[in-house]
Design a protein around this ligand. Sequence first.
Ligand SMILES: CCCCCCCCCCCCCC(=O)SCCNC(=O)CCNC(=O)[C@H](O)C(C)(C)COP(=O)(O)OP(=O)(O)OC[C@H]1O[C@@H](n2cnc3c(N)ncnc32)[C@H](O)[C@@H]1OP(=O)(O)O
Length: 144
Amino acid sequence: MARAGEGVSVTAEFTVQPAHQGAPGLAHGGVLATALDETLGSLNWLLRTIAVTGRLETDFVRPVPVDTVLHLDARITAVHGRKIYSTATGRIGGPEGPVAVRADALFIEVKVDHFIDNGRPAEIRAAMSDPDQVRRARAFEVNP
Ligand SMILES: CCCCCCCCCCCCCC(=O)SCCNC(=O)CCNC(=O)[C@H](O)C(C)(C)COP(=O)(O)OP(=O)(O)OC[C@H]1O[C@@H](n2cnc3c(N)ncnc32)[C@H](O)[C@@H]1OP(=O)(O)O
């Protein structure tokens, strides 16, 4: 779950599960990058913009053990045309704890046709006929 913050920002928590392991007892870096990407991606809903990740530059600063709660904080840094720049940190031991991961991202605004033209037809049909998904895409609820 992500919550809107000051400016165009969100905070979120992600708990590392045993299925997220890379090295024994430690989170896989790709999973941590996914948590950052998901948190950064939720910022675009606050702009009411459909966008996909074009670039995600990730720094892995500290190992993150299984069962750790990663405290994520993401914000938009700039918008230029279709380009949305954002940045995020993931802290451990609490929202004010040390930074374990951070990322800078570039999202590119796309039309819904991006998904219709490129997605697998069965899932696109299912998404289009799912009233919850359509409602979420049309009217994203902030801090419901
Ligand atoms: C049906 C229901 C739908 C529901 C919707 C739910 C939505 C959920 C969404 C959830 C998402 C969750 C998150 C996910 O998981 S998103 C999944 C992972 N991402 C992707 O799959 C994206 C794949 N890439 C593409 O499709 C295209 O490359 C895109 C669309 C990104 C751009 O191709 P397009 O042909 O459109 O644009 P352009 O090439 O004219 O570029 C435009 C500008 O951007 C600049 N640029 C581009 N790339 C980069 C780069 N890597 N570094 C630096 N700059 C880059 C470029 O220089 C140019 O700048 P400028 O010259 O203007 O200054």
